[in-house]
Design a protein around this ligand. Structure first.
Ligand code: ADP
Ligand code: ADP
Ligand code: ZN
Lengths: 249, 249
């Protein structure tokens, strides 16, 4: 494990660090991270949010910040962007939304370190990190740099997602990171025409994973068109589940 | 670009190489890759399938091959696994499904090269590559090693997915890889109770992307519970769309 840069350990000392991960893409990690950050800020908590998905950044769109750049204080320091009471930074604040970041692993880590060291986060109570999919360079670096952090897992109920999500869980266990719990997203769909429920992505996978890992299921979020619409237009819908989650974190 | 190993360029000379990508995870890349491979094989085509998602491998589950290992011919050569007439290889054939692959970039590439060089693929007409999410090490290496390959994009209709998928499209354009077209997945949901349609993930994003890139939409796949179930239990459902797609490829 690389030694922490002195500046870094001061900035985040005493801050509750929560990584939101899954291993599988498209299960709602960014949606949960953004809504959770907004929910915490609404309760008066000082919260920072790092979009650590350098290739697949999506936090700027979810929070309606597509054309906002961070303020440059000097050549080594940036001020994070603020929205809904949340301080945040993302690769999407430096690029057009459709621009590919065609980097190999080491450059990703340099960028993550800059987001951690060169951004003036100020005083924080919580620091949320929206992890990319997979169990590679970025999640590994984050878990090594923040041994005190916790992991919040997000999964959808089907087997494919649950098994890929458990890889991130096992990675956390190997690097001694505590798992706070699991959020099951897209748990069921209520038809707007007839009100009947369909479990499009099945059920039961999350329970099995929770009992295998010995962690609680902190919330279940149904498939809601308003949640998807909110993500597309940049107005995060505080789905009821994350609110109850913020109490649990 | 690293020089191709001599053996490699011989093996894939004259083979039609199709990478299936999206940038965004969870949109159905693996589901489309597996179904497309099975559809091509059903038409008598000799097809190979590489699961290039080393961290998030899911092809073994989708094709019902969880406990199958490739046959070792000698210390440098493996025989690919065969199912449904498709020759395939995946990280999932070497590990338990829940085991995390905690590697940094360079090891990923070593593994991809072994899958390309040390597997005895035999005679092939088509070689399908199921890309991981993102625009990093693996897609970059594949596009550099196979300049003649084509890219099939998979997206779901909502803005977030379309913008992340376009990053992979722009990456392909930068590396002079032709895009064959786009498959729109999870296009709409038909309620099993009342038969009404809901566009859970919106509509219109794919058309905009197709016209911006100047490529056709090759097929639309609705959200179908049977497709998800087939993926969970390892019996690929030949959704009607990929069949019409195999004609287009
Ligand atoms: N509960 C939900 N209901 C409807 N759409 C959702 C829900 N959760 C997430 N989405 C949508 O699904 C897509 C993927 O979510 P995202 O948060 O980007 O996932 P990830 O960060 O895991 O890749 C987004 O378009 C988002 O708006
Ligand atoms: N059209 C569809 N209808 C219902 N479920 C689908 C559909 N396409 C994919 N899925 C399911 O969605 C999940 C994600 O698909 P997957 O192929 O693993 O995506 P990716 O390879 O892009 O991560 C899987 O559980 C799969 O079964
Ligand atoms: Zn209905």
């Amino acid at each position: 494990v690389e030694p922490l840069k002195l500046g870094m350990s001061d900035v985040f000392a005493g801050v509750k660090i929560l990584a939101i991960g899954s291993g599988k893409g498209g299960v709602g990690k960014s949606t949960v991270s953004a809504n959770l950050a907004v929910a915490l800020a609404a309760e008066g908590v000082k919260v920072g949010l790092l979009d650590a998905d350098i290739y697949g950044f999506s936090i700027p769109r979810i929070l309606g910040l597509l054309d906002v750049q961070p303020t440059v204080l000097d050549e080594n320091t940036l001020l994070p962007i603020q929205a809904y009471g949340v301080k945040l930074i993302s690769m999407g604040n430096f690029l057009q939304e459709d621009t590919p970041v065609i980097w190999r692993g080491p450059l990703l880590i340099k960028m993550i370190e800059q987001f951690l060291n060169d951004v003036d986060w100020g005083e924080l109570d919580y620091f949320l990190i929206d992890l990319p999919p997979g169990t590679g360079d970025v999640p590994l670096t984050i878990m090594q740099k923040f041994p005190e952090s916790r992991l919040l897992l997000v999964t959808t109920p089907q087997e494919t997602s649950v098994h890929v999500a458990s890889r991130t869980a096992h990675m956390a266990q190997k690097t001694n990171i505590r798992i706070t719990g699991i959020i099951e997203n897209m748990a069921y769909f209520v038809c707007p025409h007839c009100g009947e429920r369909t479990e499009i992505f099945g059920h039961g996978g999350t329970e099995r994973m929770a009992s295998e890992l010995g962690v609680p299921i902190l919330g279940r979020i149904p498939i809601e068109v308003s949640l998807r619409e909110g993500g597309d237009i940049g107005r995060p819908v505080l789905a009821t589940a994350p609110q109850s989650t913020s109490a649990q974190v």
